[in-house]
Design a protein around this ligand. Sequence first.
Ligand code: FCB
Length: 803
Amino acid sequence: MTATTIATQGQNLAFPDGFVWGAATAAYQIEGAVHEDGRGPSIWDTFSHAPGMVADGHTGDTASDHYHRYKDDVRLMRELGLRAYRFSVAWPRIQPSGSGPANAAGLDFYERLVDELLAADVSPYVTLYHWDLPQVLEDLGGWTNRDTAYRFADYAHAVHERLGDRVGTWMTINEPWVAAFLGYGIGVHAPGRTSPEDAFRASHHLLLAHGLGARALREAGAREIALTLNLAPVVTPGQLNDPELALSAEDAEAVNRVDCLLNRQLLDPALRGEYPAPLLDIVDRIAGLGHIHDGDLDAISQPIDLLGINYYTPCVVQSGPGEPSNPVYPGTEDILFSGAYAPTTAMGWPIVPTGLSQLLARLTRDYPEVGLLVTENGAAFDDVVTGERVHDADRTAFLEGHLRAAHAAIESGTDLRGYLVWSLMDNFEWAEGYHRRFGIVHVDFGTQRRLPKDSALWYRDVIERNGLRRERAKRPTLEAVAARAGVSRSTVSRVINGEDTVSDEFRAIVMNAVNELGYVPNSAARSLVTQRTDSIALIISDSDAKAYGDDPLFSTMVRSAGRALEEAGKHVTLMLADSTKSRLRVEQYVAAGHVDGVILVSAHGADPLPGALARMGVPVVSLGRSSVSAALPYVDVDNVGGATAAVTHLLHRGRRRIATICGPVDMVAAQDRLTGYREALRGTGHRSIVAIGDLTRASGADAMRLLLRDDPALDAVFVADDLMAIGALHALHEAGRRVPEDVAVVGFDDLEAASYTVPPLTTVRTLRADQATAAVRLLLRQIAGGPASSTILPTELIIRKST
Ligand code: FCB
């Protein structure tokens, strides 16, 4: 099946003949029945029962009760037309104490399941290890103990002995990286250890287990053997939009280092029999290399037939001077991990379907000998059950986007054999418990009732036609419902809000249209009638209000937003979230429905408030992109473009040693201006020279002094904020440097004071008042049921005497 056999037939984007369509689950996430038929405890039983480890103390004790309902679940799979079902075998059901003879009753369950699947014409794809290590083995050191790898091979052999005549496809280990680095490195997964050394050792032993297991399976005659990895393209923020973007040496090094940790740490040993050199340096520094024995890499690199890819979101990094190491990625000092500028799922994971095509292309290029299979891809959203339906339009759009990306990759020559949705049904999502629903089938955890979501019905159609319709699935709007029902928008809204002012007859007509169209009422539609408060919260969120306190533009912005809201007849509630306590109070206030919408000012990347508001579904517009802007519409000024223009201007003036004084690196706008600075220098052969300030005059002066000391030959500086620029001018005068003859200076923002400095300051003008009124306009439109969108306003370079 290559590019030549697929065509875009008529109205469809067709997939290759025999393309495997399916869905995936994992034992601990769905089975329940943790004490039945001789099952022993696993590390996930222990971990989920330990206080505080899983959200709300949820455990997998009952989960989706699949152990008792597997027949119904297989029937559902047949109804959806699945060709393959990837499930995992619970090691503690087979070897309750981690080794020794197999427990027949445990194997019986999987035999019944496999037979049921085969009778339904669904191919079983078996994962042998999806994180539920027998607790007894953890007590002996778990994956930090080399012996566990040998135990795994015995266990794999035992399962194959029973099921090998009926199961063709075997996956050894699911996501060794997650098991090692989340389980042993930062402890958010079982067994909850927090040691980077242990994580590196565990990772190696998980790979060894894969190799020994694969060898045992091969010797026993297994037809198809695979390893499943969580993989993600590692990119800079700029590369998200432009994968071809050339990187600075620092950014390229950052990308490569994280790629080695996340992807090549697993890919290279398994498929090439070697660890990448930059990774070995880190492992050696942190854990030593004693756990890597002679012969291990040969064992690990057993030939396999398929590489299973679990893809959810890309990994976005850039070089970040002074950054401490990210604990999940030991050895990443000086690397900044940022979000992607994309909408997010309920997990907060940015949705970037092109990441999948990028990943597939890269695997095809770098590891051409192995067949590829998407073993997991999917999304959690906050689903709402409307009558007998779950209109999960977001999930359908997610799956459709990723399948389009997969199709594009196949067309350019990727040997992709199939696609398995994560997940068949809602289940125990590890540390998030039952709060995150990934299923295409809804599970009511009270009654265990299964309800295929709209995405499942859509997927059934995709499978049936072996491809996608050329036209994208459209999202129904409030207007469409009104038109179909022949009533006004406000009638639709009243019905949705359960008002009793609509007659039964009209209510039935409206609900019919809602169901037929699969309309998902958003919070804006809900608030259209009942919840209207005519109040808007203007929330200023900042851990240290200092960042705004001094800044006159900030007050301009807040004043303009306030005025525009008042003109629209809204009450404005100004709220400050400057501590955890006040933030929670703000969250409660908004969640209680006291306001119709929110204008948010949140500058810091780590601020949890934007994410919390996004999840509430209340209309929000962020004044300035926040790190999860992602889910929140925003109005921002073109920070990247403005900075690029400033630095390009300096280059045109013949400046060659151009430094920047950038704002705090955890501020999104500061990051963007730094990106713009670097983009302008890229390809010029001039290196970047970065100092950091905290947006005050004093910090600008200090940073300038530092720069002069380190690099006396500096001839220009781009200061990412006018107040800091004023400080920088001061330090230059003090040092006897002439501006602009010796050093040219550009600021950012065009404060009034910029025209009165000596000499007057060249700067980037941003239209803060316009920004605020645009945000208000977008918010009001959203509240009225319109779409949520973002805007970036242009900036203008104002040239004065300082350059
Ligand atoms: C993957 C896991 C899977 C599920 C999804 C959301 O990392 O393999 O069990 O939790 O993430």
